[in-house]
Design a protein around this ligand. Structure first.
Ligand code: ADP
Length: 324
């Protein structure tokens, strides 16, 4: 191993130390707003609330038992869509489903419920990261306990994006040491990529996301050039108002309905170095990077979990999570 490898390890070690001395609480901004949804709410209404608030996920609250009841995410809506596909005659019922029936929907379509993991906000951030990688959760709720009542309290939710942003903003001296190109690191996925075209139906793309267990599908043209990206969160506006029959619309139509504040998609080159990727994360709202060649042809995809996994686990002795 050459001097580059040595520097790379030095950078990784610096970031890992940082994650061990900071807590999840440190990632939170000084003031923030948290939308918590009552488990008794109609699924249909929850969609409107998410859209109105410009968010894609929210913790659920079981007010009967005064307890945290899991996270509502785009995966839940994708589950409802699968349910609709399997039981199209149930559409009248689907409209009446409450958030508390999401577990029944999982059972009905035969998917395993996502493990509801949470972390205490004052535990080291490193722990939250490990837990996210282990469960494949893209976001993790910070749950505390009220001293007086002994009840659970959801403080906030942190995402992979927020954690990587926090690393990027506070560790420039370490991330600048990460000079190896992504290709050499094997960072991301380059074979068996799930893709779709502008003419594919939204439903086809949703089925791809379910089959591959991924949260985004690059949209390419006949020459394999990248035109756009359909993300799991793009499903939310598609079914607003219970418009399940509109899922047969094309990806092109669905993407034209994206919110104004859509941040755009980010691409990188196989020769780009990890330090450059951290620069992008520092400056922009990146949720994944599409790897393209000089002609904008699709080569691969780097998810935030790929980056987090590498940063936490590369070269570690007990890398029991790698390869999962
Ligand atoms: P995240 O967990 O950060 O949301 P994904 O669920 O999209 O990311 O990705 C999970 C894994 O699947 C990653 O290793 C990523 O490289 C890979 N992946 C992501 N998108 C695709 C795709 N369209 N085709 C094949 N593999 C993908």
């Amino acid at each position: 191993s050459g001097p580059l490898d040595k520097e790379q390890m030095q950078g990784l070690r610096g970031v890992r130390e940082f994650l061990k001395v900071r807590t999840s609480y440190d990632v939170l901004p000084l003031s923030f707003r948290l939308v918590v949804l009552d488990n008794n709410l109609l699924i249909k209404k929850s969609l409107n609330i998410l859209i109105q608030n410009g968010i894609v996920s929210a913790p659920l609250w079981d007010s009967q038992n005064s307890a945290f009841a899991g996270l509502l995410t785009s995966t839940d809506f994708i589950n409802v869509i699968q349910y609709y596909c399997q039981f199209p005659d149930e559409i009248a019922h689907i409209d009446q489903f409450r958030l508390s029936s999401l577990r029944d929907i999982e059972r009905a379509i035969g998917v395993l419920p996502l493990e509801t993991v949470s972390v205490h906000p004052m535990r080291p951030l490193y722990e939250a990261c490990r837990r996210m990688l282990k469960t494949r959760a893209r976001r993790i709720p910070l749950v505390d306990r009220d001293d007086e009542t002994g009840r659970e309290m959801v403080v906030s939710v942190i995402t992979q994006y927020r954690i990587l942003k926090f690393i990027a903003v506070n560790n420039e001296q370490y991330t600048m040491l990460l000079k190896k190109p992504v290709q050499e690191l094997g960072l991301g996925t380059y074979t068996d990529l799930a893709t779709a075209t502008m003419g594919s139906s939204v439903l086809d793309v949703i089925h791809l996301m379910v089959k591959y267990n991924i949260s985004a599908v690059p949209i390419i043209d006949k020459d394999n050039k990248v035109l756009n990206l359909f993300e799991a969160v793009d499903v939310i506006p598609c079914i607003k108002g219970g418009a399940y029959d509109e899922l047969s619309a094309t990806v092109g139509e669905a993407l034209s309905r994206r919110a104004e504040e859509f941040g755009g998609i980010y691409t990188c080159n196989e020769d780009d170095r990890l330090d450059a990727i951290f620069d992008t994360i520092r400056k922009s709202r990146v949720h994944r990077l599409i790897v393209v060649d000089d002609d904008n042809r699709l080569k691969g995809i780097i998810s935030l979990s790929d980056i987090l996994k590498y940063v936490l686990l590369y070269g570690e002795e007990d890398d029991d999570i790698r390869g999962n």
